[in-house]
Design a protein around this ligand. Sequence first.
Ligand SMILES: [Fe+2]
Ligand SMILES: [Fe+2]
Length: 472
Amino acid sequence: MAGIDYTSIIPNNVALHENRRLQRALEDWQPKFLDWWQDMGPTGFQAKEIYLRTAVSVDAKGWAQFGYVRMPEYRWGIFLAEPEAGRQINFGDHKGQPAWQEVPGEYRGTLRRLIVTQGDTEPASVEQQCHLGRTCPSLYDLRNLFQVNVEEGRHLWAMVYLLDAHFGRDGREESEALLQRRSGDADKPRILGAFNEPTPDWLSFFMFCFFTDRDGKYQLASLAESGFDPLSQTCRFMLTEEAHHMFVGEAGIMRIVQRACELMREHKTDDLRPHGGIDLRLIQKYLNFHCSVSLDLFGSEISTNAANFYTTGLKGRFEETKKDDDHQLKDAAYSMAGLDGERITVREEAALVSLNERLRDDYVADCARGVARWNEVIRKHGVDVELTLPHRAFHRAIGMFSEVRVSPDGRVVSQAEWDARHGDWLPTEDDKAYIQSLMHPVTERGKFANWIAPPPRGINGQPVDFEYVRLG
Ligand SMILES: [Fe+2]
Ligand SMILES: [Fe+2]
């Protein structure tokens, strides 16, 4: 594979200079992307120097470099993971055939839709987060926000590359449309629901990185199994960057939890509002909200689309090649939670149509590991509270559970009980106003807002009080 070409306008390891048509398409798209970034990217910080990492290779030992950069000058590039020699399609009807290097004609529309749906989430999250910089709890957190933002920008580049390289004129039109939809816009919304929700405060931001970005991880991991090799290589490298986004979310919540415990012990109360903290009950409500809207992103429990993506070899399961079965699933069954009148029960369904639910299961298990690490912090402080994931049927808008009202502990409840209690389970207007009241910028080096603990260490070996953003 070619090395990274940093002399060309668009850094890449896909030998862009050998494909003049594609190079021209991307060079035509680049100024439109920059216009979008100026309009919809982080408000108020475009001229500031930020200590960011930039992808410079796909070598596992050292793929990134760190340095100060103004975000509009960030080197968004196109990087594919190293190809696997002789890679085959590992599941579905085409199992055992060589992986496709070109789009298989009969699946063109489906594949394009999958890529566009993934691609649409990348700029959407940048739009959702564009005002957060103004209320950062520290320079360290501000830098992490911008790191996530520029990398979501690069993920958009990654999907646009696939569209432009493999889908001709349709692909170019989709690339333009990705810059035209807007998160939360009534006329041109982003494709998926959770990406039209606002991210108005930093508690929501960390929850978003933990729950919603993690959906991204699971989608990318399934697409990394794709029989369409360029998609697989693209997603494999995106996952490398994605790990940092998960870290930002998990560590951010962990630091808020830690601060809550410190304040509880200091003031001998679990009501932290008089002390400017975020109490564990309120953290639980935000957790319930962000978990439930992110569960919706996996789609309906029973889905013939999901079955088709699999059978046609376009989208695999999480860790497909590590699974020990026939990778075709024609006769296999899968057990999942179902609705039996007013009761939630377990039922067997055909495995192929259950693939959304199976991916949701992998996701929930991963979320639970993070929650356990938060609870470890609570336990170490001697506080007798546990954070929990809400039941998967709670507060759903998609799938069979969207028809019923369910409590976080998994009881089907009446509309009357829901109306009376949902304020105990989800953030109320009052809760949101309180969180908003805490959002004051802290931009002095090494200082942190009162509601969040400092991180144990800085970024890339730098101290915690490093000047991660030069505001001067
Ligand atoms: Fe992303
Ligand atoms: Fe991400």
